[in-house]
Write a protein that binds this ligand. Structure first.
Ligand SMILES: Cc1cc2nc3c(=O)[nH]c(=O)nc-3n(C[C@H](O)[C@H](O)[C@H](O)COP(=O)(O)OP(=O)(O)OC[C@H]3O[C@@H](n4cnc5c(N)ncnc54)[C@H](O)[C@@H]3O)c2cc1C
Length: 364
């Protein structure tokens, strides 16, 4: 920890942090590397056994040897992430377009001197565009609205090769890209920054947990299946402070599986889920954004179920302050800010003091 001490450290630091975390807590020996889970399903599905008592068959494949391993478990926690299956837009001509089409989950290092169309103007689209504009011949960013955040508008105005467009009307076989306002360019490459699908291709839950328009459900508090309490999920919610939230999910699941707590009744869980869906609908949030939380209070409410600490005020303020800075100063917010007072508070927080004393075994 602390090798890259920048406020926004590089990805290598994050990797090292995870490696350290695994070692400090003795997790490495519990992880089977290079083993892919191919199937998870209930063993006693056809028998007259209570759904909550059913055991789980897990079939996995050892990547190097191809050996297939079949094991039976009492419970399954799905933590397979949700940044693997690209969500592509439906654009007229997308199948006819013969040139390169990539999604943001692929490295974009090969686009030097290309004319690139970046589709999608959320975090990935903005981040990738401002990096690409330094090396690509032209970057054409296609957004739902031309009314973009001021930080992005500033970057666009600084680069003659950076252009903002409305949505795409169609792609043509000869490489032309036609936008809804009738303007047209010829491009070499399409880079879709249009998000991801939740998918669990290995999971056979017989309809008890399904993905419908990117809503994974029904899940009580985005974590537990009311139908199958031994099946739980970590990491489904987005747009919250991830690490502490996922830790609180893991703690809740561990407490449940070790018999230290129990879930509300089936009816109560279903009621809570339907109230949540109704509230989202009333707020005009599309189904596909069901798991976009955007609310610090939710983390605290979740923590209260198991007595997990609330997010510290300084952490919430720091997060908001960095977010606002990024909206205004997209290309500089990682290196320049005016919230040093908040940063000082971070440095005197108990976590930070412990880390600086080198007590790595007391991470949280
Ligand atoms: C470009 C980008 C930038 C981000 N920046 C930030 C940031 O600055 N701060 C932040 O807090 N978060 C950030 N996030 C989000 C963060 O990466 C995720 O919240 C976090 O990785 C989720 O952790 P996870 O363990 O749930 O899933 P993952 O990190 O995706 O891990 C899932 C693991 O499951 C494995 N797996 C999947 N399927 C199988 C299978 N069938 N069998 C065996 N193993 C399987 C995968 O190989 C992977 O190792 C970013 C995400 C992206 C895409």
């Amino acid at each position: 920890m602390g090798r890259d001490t920048r406020r926004f450290p590089g990805h290598e630091e994050l990797w090292l942090y995870l490696k350290d975390f695994g070692e400090v807590f003795g997790l490495r020996e519990m992880i089977r590397f290079n083993v892919r889970v191919e199937f998870v399903g209930m063993v006693d599905d056809d028998k007259d056994v209570d759904d909550n008592m059913k055991r789980w068959m897990v079939k996995s494949v050892e990547k190097k040897t191809g050996e297939v391993i079949e094991e039976v478990f009492d419970a399954v926690v799905v933590a397979s992430g949700h940044y693997s299956y690209p969500r592509l837009p439906s654009i007229k001509g997308i199948d006819l377009w013969k040139r390169k089409q990539l999604h943001s989950h692929i490295s974009t290092g090969c686009l030097i001197l290309f004319v690139v169309v970046v589709v999608g103007c959320s975090m990935s689209g903005q981040d990738i565009s401002i990096e690409l504009v330094e090396v690509a011949k032209e970057v054409h960013l296609s957004a739902k609205s031309l009314d973009v955040p001021p930080g992005l508008a500033k970057v666009i105005s600084k680069h003659h090769n950076f252009h903002l467009h409305r949505e795409i009307e169609s792609l043509e076989e000869d490489g032309r890209v036609i936008f809804v306002d009738g303007s047209c360019i010829v491009a070499d490459t399409f880079l879709y920054c249009t998000g991801y699908w939740y998918k669990f291709p290995f999971l056979e839950s017989k309809g008890r947990v399904e993905v419908d328009d990117n809503r994974v459900g029904p899940l009580f508090e985005h974590t537990f299946s009311p139908f199958l309490s031994p099946l739980s999920f970590v990491g489904i919610p987005r747009k919250l402070i991830g690490f502490p939230f996922f830790e609180s999910q893991a703690k809740w699941i561990a407490k449940l599986l070790s018999g230290k707590t129990s879930l509300p009744s089936f009816d109560e869980m279903m009621q809570s889920i339907s109230e949540f869906y109704l509230a989202r609908e009333a707020a005009g949030i599309p189904k596909r954004n069901t798991h976009d939380i955007c609310d610090f209070n939710y983390s605290d409410k979740y923590a209260d179920y198991i007595g997990f600490p609330h997010l510290e005020e300084w952490r919430k303020e720091l997060c908001m302050s960095a977010l606002l800075n990024s909206i205004e100063n997209l290309d500089t917010y990682r290196d320049s800010w005016d919230d040093d007072d908040l940063l000082q508070e971070t440095l005197i927080s108990p976590n930070s003091l412990l880390l600086r004393k080198g007590k790595r075994h007391l991470y949280r």
